[in-house]
Write a protein that binds this ligand. Structure first.
Ligand SMILES: Cc1cc2nc3c(=O)[nH]c(=O)nc-3n(C[C@H](O)[C@H](O)[C@H](O)COP(=O)(O)O)c2cc1C
Length: 433
């Protein structure tokens, strides 16, 4: 199976920064982030992933004063550092198609692919954070369908630029004086709805030819774009049933357009808290849960249900939410669970504090490996994007306890297969139509 290591400042649990093991300035501490990437490389992870939003996640800064994840180093800059301190692990980071230009992005990622020896991957997103609009002089975030239209054309241009230089194009013959063979150049001349771009890109190809395309969309538009362009897709499936539906849908869409379904790896997020025994794992998790600041917990829950709960009793039930205030079916479902199970506000925020809606497992190496094995065998995924609750200790635990169990079962590598990200993922360079 394939494994990504999903970096999030301090860890994925919201109280990670207050934990004795937590590095409170994680998001701005490059030495610490590089150490985490090196640690992940020791655990033979396929890739090190960093998410991004170009702007603050929320306009209401007052409600973020107790969160550690508002600020971090811009991920591409992080990847450039990590590239110089690692040799095998893939380097995947997010860049938005909504507020960037394809030529600039293609050039940056192609350059990282060269400097890292063929380990770069681009997580294509259309910007989940609507507040980014204000950073670019716009009053409104682009509407989703329009964002994906732009993303589709954006990806086409980026790929065209990455394919500027054909095989063996560089002759560099000192004798004859010929540097490159013009007949092997693919000069893209793109004129589309959003972009007009002439190639070639002025970066030479890397050992893997072009960076790996990654995506994380979940909607119909997102899935379709992934089926057309992605080689890795992240997800946030909550159940094996949901994962199987997603997997079959995306791979089915690939088949429908003539792409080999095995050329894309589906990696849902998985937050793992492991102990040598079940009670040790639960105790570790409890330490984090008890560190949740009640105000921060209520603010988190308020955002989830789109209703300000901060004036309510934390040990009382969720108040009746005005129907027009319930913005999403997910929030509505959540409120229903609270009522059905008679949960307090504190109970509810504790349920979502660990992984922002991703699947969470608290267990022994065996029970965690069982779950991972089942999901892969049942075609729910090809692997996982691992989300340790607190850095570095939860990642150390995963590497020390879960990886050997996966290896013992023959489910995971014991050494890196190659030097490029694609070789590690077990896929070949795509031939784009
Ligand atoms: C693991 C994972 C990582 C993501 N990373 C980012 C990110 O860095 N920035 C961002 O704006 N959105 C990110 N997203 C959100 C997705 O790009 C996407 O918008 C979301 O899953 C909803 O899908 P949709 O856009 O098709 O509606 C991420 C989602 C997942 C599951």
């Amino acid at each position: 199976m394939n494994l990504g290591m999903f970096y999030w400042p301090c860890g994925h649990h919201m109280a990670a920064w207050r934990h004795p093991d937590g590095v409170a300035d994680s998001g701005g501490n490059i030495a610490h982030i590089v150490e985490l990437a090196k640690l992940a490389e020791r655990g033979l992870f396929d890739l090190f992933f960093m998410a991004d939003s170009v702007s603050f996640w929320r306009g209401d800064l007052k409600s973020m004063t107790r969160d550690s994840f508002g600020t971090w180093i811009e991920p591409f800059t992080v990847m450039c550092s990590v590239a110089q301190h690692t040799r095998h692990i893939g380097l995947v980071c997010t860049s938005t198609t909504t507020y960037d230009q394809p030529y600039l992005l293609a050039r940056r990622f192609a350059s990282l692919d060269v400097t890292s020896g063929g380990r770069a991957g681009w997580n294509l997103i259309t910007s989940a954070n609507k507040l980014e609009a204000a950073s670019f002089g716009l009053d409104e975030h682009l509407e989703k369908t329009e964002r994906y239209r732009r993303a589709r054309e954006f990806a086409l241009v980026v790929r065209g630029l990455w394919n500027s230089w054909g095989e063996d194009v560089f002759v560099r013959d000192k004798e004859s004086g010929l540097y490159f063979d013009e007949s092997k150049l693919n000069v893209m001349e793109h004129r589309g709805e959003h972009f007009r771009v002439r190639g070639p890109i002025n970066v030479p190809p890397s050992p893997q030819g072009e960076p790996v395309m990654v995506q994380a969309g979940a909607s119909d538009d997102g899935r379709q774009l992934a089926a057309e362009t992605a080689e890795v897709i992240f997800g946030a499936q909550q159940t094996l049933e949901g994962a199987r539906e997603f997997y079959a849908d995306v791979k089915g869409r690939m088949e429908a357009i003539g792409r080999d379904p095995d050329s894309l790896k589906v990696l849902p997020g998985l937050a793992v808290c492991v102990g040598r025994t079940q009670s040790e794992a639960e105790d570790k998790y409890e330490v984090l849960q008890d560190l949740i600041d009640p105000l921060a917990g209520m603010q988190l829950l308020s955002r989830r249900v789109d209703f300000d709960l901060t004036g309510y009793d934390v040990d009382g039930p969720l108040p009746e939410l005005p129907p027009n205030k319930v913005v999403s079916t997910r929030a509505q479902l959540f409120a229903e669970i609270g009522r059905r199970e008679n949960l307090t506000i504190r109970d509810l925020y504790r349920r979502i504090a660990g992984a922002r809606g991703h699947y969470e497992i608290i267990g022994t190496p065996e029970s965690i490996a069982d779950m991972m094995e089942e999901w892969v065998r049942e075609r729910g995924c090809d692997g996982f994007n691992i989300m340790p609750p607190v850095f570095p200790s939860s990642l150390e635990d995963f590497i020390e306890l879960v990886i050997p169990e996966l290896q013992r079962r023959g489910l995971y590598r014991t050494e890196y297969a190659g030097t490029t990200l694609r070789e590690n993922l077990g896929i070949t360079r795509p031939v784009w139509p």
